[in-house]
Design a protein around this ligand. Structure first.
Ligand code: DMJ
Length: 855
């Protein structure tokens, strides 16, 4: 029979999921009672944090939730650049003012404004971040001013308010202004609140987001105060940023030299270092009505969607070579992007990226500061950031889908269980260990709890109409009326200031209504599937032409931190239906080849026989070896606690049993060690990623921790197989299961082998062989093409070049100087260990095949 073309198979698949109501859909409904109760719990969370700050830290800038005292600049031991957010100006209170309004607590809002007026001053000899001071302090003051003015007619407790916060905002704005005194108009990254830029002569660099996230607050200040200078300076900075974009790719880099406008770092993503520049291009248009910002945003947006977005995944590229990825990890800050897409009306990709982030969140309980495209932790910190909730909130508003309430509930529970401490909420130092940090950033109250509350609340719960405001990057409210009613309405610049601007092409974002679950479902399938794991042991494929060839087929080549290569196939990024079909074929071939290599790499699948079914299971890199013909039979029993991260409490029930625990919270080895101590004979770890199955996710071996004290065997089961096991236990409390090497189990028990006389399981050698040959052919063509291009280039290229250092940058300075790595790219004449993608030796053994198995 002739094979159906792959593309049709995919269409059938999509067609099918559109009409089948999924489990997820059916189960996501949230009752009104539950929603209200979660709203109230969010309110209590806000008060727990706010009261802890006010009672123990105010008038300090931040609460230190573990020491339960205030963090003061110049007094509390310095944390380096991170402290540039602190100006001894009661940051957390100012940042929190409008959250009090959102909660409807006008009495406390009024009291807090009075405190700010009486206690807060800016005349300090302290160097602060211009960006942070602008978004948190200036934004906080302006938002509180605007809301107090809007409400005072109806709210008696606010009647006394007479614009004092605006005067304070103007004072602060003036102190920031000297930062713009550069030849480029791009502001300095830091300023001394008392002595302007004096003493900061060495300040040369700033991040794109730092310079490009001024316009909303500065324009609001100008229009509210009548002094145009703030808005003019911020427009000038934005104009310069636009001019230095890469003219071909329309992408922005991450770090700029403020004196000459040169790019210092040319890596280009949507997260750390760039994020809110893009946000402010769109929101400047929304707030000010200035069309040039929309035109700019659309150009940037198209570039981001073309080069950085790979289906749901967003990976930074080089702005000048946009087909080359510059990092192999994503950062938590990019989680704001789906929310921005909703604002634009491009809901479908927003649903996809949000779903990707939710997978990361479910896997690690929180979104770590940085994570790889196969969702491993790259940097485990989590300072209770708001971005994921922000996007969740906007997606819920756009789709009305209760799924987003369920997502919010998961976040809320994680915050309550893992971050609530007696004195506020503490940041997580590492999502893998959940160890706390003595840190509660002001955005936790300004944004995280605000978005959480607004998600479970309804529009009518808000004392103002949300549609009359733009929310800044710090979730402060600025009124849309500023475009027309502001004292400087005439400053609205309709003038197109760039020689390219008349060439702007408007694009039509996809505003078609959609049922979000129809987009999420295939996403889940894909993210949990072989396409999202490193399927083939390839050397990095850095050549643009080679990447182009794959990219035309809808395949992105992502290099993981450990040097393995991941191929990600996204049908809608293929150049044509024909290319998409070829891409799918290619992925299938790679996938088959990969399963061959897994065995070659020594990961021998274990298996478990439950009733008459045999399921593949992941073995451990510790404990008794399961390879060979030895089998173990026993009764399964649950560990208490079920995560087995502390000593097993029900040891009398588990002695001699196969003990079941869930994945997460501590390492596999730790769990199995506790299970062994309790007297169990075998450990079964169940996945904590919902609906995972060996059918859609690659098997892996659980990693060990270097010690060799574990003697019992251990296996890992994906969720669906785990569910079958636990429901079988419910039906039959005496259930006996058998564990061993998968191949041996199949030989012994597979249907038709009852007499033990069956053929050995041979893993379909002929078809794999065929695939492998075909794959080799495809790859050799690519490699040949690549070699040709290399020989053409050989004369003109340097033999070795050092790429820019992989320096993480964040506008809140979190990333700066935290990690510096360099990566050699060699074209010829390099030492063996420096050679990279251009070798013909395509298949290599991965440095570490069990990267999946940390916890
Ligand atoms: C906030 O201060 C703002 O949302 C900013 O744009 C990014 N960083 C933090 C929260 O993560």
């Amino acid at each position: 029979m002739e094979k159906m073309p792959c593309y049709s198979i995919l269409l059938v698949f999509i067609f099918a999921i559109i009409y089948v109501k999924t489990d997820e859909e059916a189960s996501s409904h949230m009752s009104k009672t539950e929603r209200i109760s979660l709203r109230e719990e969010s309110r209590q969370m806000f008060y727990h944090a706010y009261d802890a700050y006010m009672d123990n830290a105010y008038p300090a800038d931040e609460l230190m939730p573990l020491s339960c005292k205030g963090r003061w600049r110049g007094v509390t031991p310095s944390r380096g650049d991170m402290d540039d957010v602190l100006g001894n100006f009661s940051l957390t209170l100012v940042d929190s003012l409008d959250t009090l309004v959102v909660m409807g607590d006008f009495a406390e809002f009024s009291r807090a404004i009075k405190l700010v007026i009486n206690d807060v001053t800016f005349d300090h000899d302290i160097v602060v971040s211009v960006f942070e001071t602008n978004i948190r302090m200036l934004g906080g003051l302006l938002s509180a001013h605007v809301l107090a003015e809007a409400l005072k007619g109806d709210v008696p407790v606010l009647e006394w308010y007479g614009g004092e916060l605006l005067a304070m905002a103007e004072d602060l704005g003036r102190r920031l202004l000297p930062a713009f005194n550069t030849s480029t108009g791009i502001p300095h990254g830091r300023i001394n609140l008392r002595h302007d830029i004096r003493g900061l002569s060495e300040s040369r660099e700033t991040c794109t987001a730092c310079a490009g996230t001024m316009i909303l607050e500065m324009a609001a200040l100008s229009r509210l105060s009548g002094n145009p200078v703030f808005e003019q300076k911020a427009h000038k900075a934005m104009d310069r940023l636009w001019k230095i974009r890469h003219r071909t790719s329309d992408l922005m880099g991450t770090v700029i030299n403020i004196h000459n406008g040169d790019w210092v770092r040319k890596d280009s993503g949507v997260g750390a270092g760039i994020d809110s520049y893009y946000e402010y291009c769109l929101k400047a248009y929304i707030l000010l009505g200035d069309e040039k910002y929309l035109a700019r945003f659309i150009r940037h947006y198209n570039a981001v969607m073309k080069y950085i977005s790979r289906g749901p995944i967003m990976l930074a590229v080089h702005m000048h070579r946009p087909h080359l990825q510059s990092r192999n990890f994503m950062d938590a800050l990019l989680a704001f992007w789906p929310g921005l897409q909703v604002l634009l009306g491009d809901v479908r990709p927003a649903v996809e990226t949000h779903e990707m982030l939710y997978q990361v969140m479910q896997r690690h309980t929180f979104i770590p500061e940085a994570f790889t495209s196969d969702f491993q932790v790259h940097w485990g910190q989590h300072p209770l950031r708001p971005e994921f909730l922000e996007s969740t909130y906007f997606l819920h508003r756009a789709t009305g889908d209760d799924h987003y309430l369920q997502v919010g509930k998961t976040v809320l529970r994680a915050l309550q269980v893992h971050t609530k401490v007696p004195c506020g909420y503490a940041a997580v130092n590492d999502v893998r260990t959940r160890v706390h940090e003595d840190r509660m950033d002001s955005f936790v109250i300004a944004e995280t709890f605000k978005y959480l509350y607004m998600l479970f609340g309804e529009d009518k719960d808000l004392p103002v109409k949300l549609e009359d405001y733009v929310l800044t990057t710090e979730a402060h409210f600025l009124p849309l009326s500023l475009a027309t009613d502001g004292k400087n309405g005439s400053y609205m610049t309709i003038k197109i200031d760039d020689e390219d601007d008349d060439k702007y092409k408007r694009t039509c974002p996809n505003t078609a209504s959609l049922v979000a679950e129809k987009v999420r479902q295939p996403m889940r399938q894909m993210l949990g599937s072989k396409a999202a794991r490193p399927p083939a042991r390839l050397r990095p494929l850095n050549d643009p032409r080679q990447i182009h060839a794959l990219s035309d087929m809808g395949i992105s080549v992502l290099t993981l931190p450990d040097g393995r290569v991941q191929l990600l196939y996204t049908v809608n990024t293929a150049k044509s239906a024909k290319d998409a079909a070829e891409g799918l074929n290619f992925m299938r071939e790679m996938s088959k080849f990969n399963s061959l290599s897994d065995t070659e790499n020594g990961v021998v699948a274990a298996g478990i026989k439950i009733n008459n079914k045999i399921f593949p299971a992941g073995p451990g890199h510790f404990g008794k070896d399961l390879t060979g013909s030895t089998m173990y039979s026993g009764n399964p029993a649950f560990a208490i606690p079920i995560d087995a991260c502390t000593a097993i409490e029900n040891s009398k029930d588990v002695v001699g049993k196969f003990v079941i625990a869930t994945r997460g919270d501590c390492t596999f080895a730790q769990k199995v060690r506790y299970i062994q101590e309790a007297g169990a004979t075998l450990a079964i770890i169940l996945d904590n990623v919902k609906s995972s199955s060996h059918e859609t996710t690659a098997l892996f071996a659980m990693s060990g921790d270097g010690k060799d004290d574990i003697e019992i065997p251990a296996i890992f089961l994906f969720s669906r197989e785990g569910l079958y096991l636990t429901s079988s236990m419910q039906q039959n409390p005496e259930l006996v299961v058998t564990v061993g090497e998968l191949r041996s189990l199949k030989q012994q028990f597979e249907v038709g082998c009852d007499n033990g006389n069956c053929e050995p399981v041979t893993d379909a050698v002929p078809s794999d062989k065929e695939s492998f040959d075909h794959l080799k052919k495809v790859l050799s063509q690519i490699v040949a093409q690549f070699e040709l291009s290399l020989s053409n280039e050989a004369t003109s290229q340097k033999s070795c070049s050092e790429e820019p250092k992989d320096l993480l940058v964040s506008k809140d300075n979190k990333f700066v100087n935290e990690e510096v790595r360099s990566h050699k790219v060699c074209t010829n004449g390099c030492d063996e260990d420096e050679r990279s993608s251009e070798t013909v030796d395509v298949y290599t053994t991965p440095p570490n095949t069990n990267k999946f198995g940390d916890i």
